[in-house]
Design a protein around this ligand. Structure first.
Ligand SMILES: *[C@@H]1O[C@H](CO)[C@@H](O)[C@H](O)[C@H]1NC(C)=O
Ligand SMILES: *[C@@H]1O[C@H](CO)[C@@H](O)[C@H](O)[C@H]1NC(C)=O
Ligand SMILES: *[C@@H]1O[C@H](CO)[C@@H](O)[C@H](O)[C@H]1NC(C)=O
Ligand SMILES: *[C@@H]1O[C@H](CO)[C@@H](O)[C@H](O)[C@H]1NC(C)=O
Ligand SMILES: *[C@@H]1O[C@H](CO)[C@@H](O)[C@H](O)[C@H]1NC(C)=O
Ligand SMILES: *[C@@H]1O[C@H](CO)[C@@H](O)[C@H](O)[C@H]1NC(C)=O
Length: 560
């Protein structure tokens, strides 16, 4: 028995050595695959005590966690059992060379009711905490979201000891109105109004007026340290997250390892994810995790219980107060730093990418505005309020019929004069492949905003009150801003980001506030590789649906 096992192992070693040798010259060992089959259905849920129609994945709300490792190939066959077209998008997954899998209305035809579509993407060169959500209509208001984590490969050092366990904490505002009702409100020109409550992993907790329970979400052992991945999956509300009696050591955000500061509370804006380490070092009993709304007159709170194993003592009913005002939030943002010496997905330190010494080739200033167009509420960027054409932008571009579907660069790199009327149209800008661009978001409005860019992570180098000027650049952090995919812009303030547009594709730049996104505060960045080469971009996948004006068109010559 023993001898047989030994010989098996030595055969394996020889094989491994051989394949290594071969691998250098001939074959590249393919990265591992993980497969999922997801049935998307309606089902009744009552997270705030009010029964409503939820969107479930294999019967679950929230949806299942995707647990992956850097460079894994993820294959998800999605069956749409809803009565409406459906798509998932993968918040923060970069889809290198592959916007075909991004799952936005600008990149993919929707999955028709009763049909299935297999997403196939690689979590190339990424680590950290992400989530997925439905990208069409207001489906996100009914669920269909879940956590997506990318673990480090075995040989890549992680800048902290392995935690005793690793928990996903999805926080978000919640509406008890049906997603169709919310869409109708927006279609008729009104706002969706304030949320009815807040959820933590689909529950509001006993603390919420409409009920809930204190069944623990997590059970921990005294003395051990746990990782919590907190993502704001809500529709529009910034939330503050904290844990009774415990501090949180920040280790990662949106896929970057951070300098490990300790916080009592963290502001998590819509679309952002933070990883913290929390040591169970208090009197063994139950404790509340708390997520409460920010920047609203009336604070709404959700709680979830963390139990010390064996504890029978309930949590203290005294909920720690959240911070007030946005200056606190801005000051907290200023404390976030990239750990320059820590590795991310690659063995070399993440800080060896010196973004601060790259010359800016272009500055795009985007100013959001709220307008009433033909009696209806709209939101715009530089005067254009985006509408999705029936033909996805990426397909129109690929089949060389973009001139029949949209016009590039309707907006300029600067906002138009204030008086110009808002125009409704597909909002698509071009960015030259591999150029380093500065984007300034100016928010002249009274509410906080949160912007996300698909396909990339960027460096948020500066934020400040009022309007951005060239002089604002003197305040930039050109050394250790945390590379991430979603950033807030405070009321009457600006935020500046920098990035290299080195990922060819069609990428959505959007307000993560669903109401604003739905009503036009988004655009697409077309990053074309001039070569139509597989070196720069994958060809259209064989299973891509066709819709709109590209139905029946012959395939262009394949990329080479
Ligand atoms: C999905 O639904 C089909 C029927 O439509 C069923 O056969 C299959 O078992 C379901 N799969 C899962 C994972 O629930
Ligand atoms: C997730 O994947 C990692 C690495 O493969 C594994 O160690 C861990 O047990 C997995 N966790 C869950 C919850 O499946
Ligand atoms: C639908 O599922 C089938 C069965 O797994 C698969 O062969 C097919 O490619 C899927 N359809 C699409 C459009 O991905
Ligand atoms: C940064 O990462 C390094 C390398 O893993 C680690 O030793 C160090 O403690 C981290 N520094 C901070 C300030 O978190
Ligand atoms: C950046 O611009 C400066 C001044 O225009 C120039 O001297 C320098 O060589 C440029 N650096 C790079 C890396 O292109
Ligand atoms: C794309 O279409 C335009 C006309 O709309 C034509 O001039 C051009 O040659 C076409 N390009 C390719 C690559 O087919």
């Amino acid at each position: 028995m023993k001898g047989k096992k030994m010989s098996c192992i030595s055969t394996l070693v020889v094989l491994a050595a051989l394949s290594l040798l071969l691998g250098l010259s001939v074959v590249q060992a393919e990265d591992p695959y993980i497969y999922f089959v997801w049935n998307v259905t309606y089902g009744t849920i009552a997270p705030l005590g009010v029964p409503q129609q939820g969107i479930l994945i294999n019967g679950q709300f929230p949806g299942p966690n995707i647990n992956s490792t850097t460079n894994n190939n993820i294959v998800i066959n999605v069956y749409n059992h809803l009565d409406q077209p459906f798509l998932f998008t993968w918040n923060g997954i970069q889809h290198r060379k592959n916007s075909w899998q991004d799952g936005t209305p600008g990149t993919n035809c929707p999955i028709p009711p009763g049909k299935n579509f297999t997403y196939h993407f690689q979590v190339k060169d990424q680590i950290g905490s992400y989530f997925y959500f439905p990208s069409l209509a207001i489906h996100k208001a009914a669920g269909g979201f879940g956590g997506l984590r990318v673990n480090s490969r075995l040989l890549i050092p992680v800048p902290f000891d392995p935690p005793a366990d690793d928990y996903t904490v999805l926080i978000g505002d919640w509406y008890t109105k049906d997603h169709r009702v919310l869409a109708r409100l927006l279609d008729s020109g009104r706002s969706i109004g304030r949320p009815a409550g807040v959820l933590i992993n689909g529950r509001s907790g006993k603390h919420h007026a409409t009920g809930g329970d204190d069944v623990p979400l997590f059970v921990v052992e005294a003395g051990k340290t746990y990782r919590y991945r907190i993502c704001n999956v809500g529709l529009r509300t910034s939330l503050n997250f904290r844990i009774q009696g415990h501090t949180m050591k920040l280790v990662e955000m949106d896929g970057s390892h951070t300098v490990q500061n300790v916080y009592d509370a963290l502001d998590v804006h819509v679309g952002q994810c933070y990883s913290v380490l929390v040591t169970a070092d208090q009197t063994p009993k139950d404790y509340y995790m708390v997520a409460s709304t920010r920047f609203m007159k009336q604070v709404t709170t959700a709680t979830g219980v963390i139990r010390y194993a064996g504890s029978k003592a309930p949590p203290s009913p005294v909920i720690p107060e959240g911070p007030v005002g946005w200056a606190w939030s801005l000051n907290q943002w200023r404390t976030f730093r990239w750990n320059l010496t820590a590795s991310a997905a690659r063995p070399n330190p993440q800080g060896s990418y010196h973004y601060g010494s790259i010359n800016i080739t272009r500055t795009i200033k985007l100013v959001s505005s709220r307008a009433v167009v033909a009696g209806k509420l709209r939101y715009a960027l530089n005067g254009v309020s985006h509408v999705d054409p029936r033909t996805p932008l990426k397909l129109a571009e690929y089949f060389n019929i973009s001139d029949k579907v949209f016009k590039y660069n309707l907006i300029g790199d600067k906002p138009p004069a204030a008086a110009a009327p808002v125009k409704l149209a597909p909002n698509v800008i071009t960015a030259e492949f591999r150029t380093f661009i500065e984007i300034v978001f100016e928010n002249h409005e009274k509410s906080i905003q949160s912007y996300h860019l698909d396909g990339y992570s960027f460096f948020p180098v500066g934020m400040g009150p009022g309007k951005w000027t060239r002089k604002s650049r003197t305040t930039y952090n050109l050394l250790d801003a945390v590379s991430r995919h979603t950033i807030q812009v405070y009321p009457k303030s600006w935020t500046a980001i920098m990035l290299t547009f080195d990922n060819a594709g069609m990428w959505n730049l959007r307000s993560e506030n669903k109401e604003r996104h739905y009503l036009g505060q988004q655009l697409y960045v077309s990053v074309l590789s001039p070569a139509r080469s597989l070196r720069d971009e994958y060809d259209i996948p064989a299973n891509a649906f066709r819709c709109g004006k590209v139905v029946g068109l012959p395939l262009p010559p394949p990329y080479v």
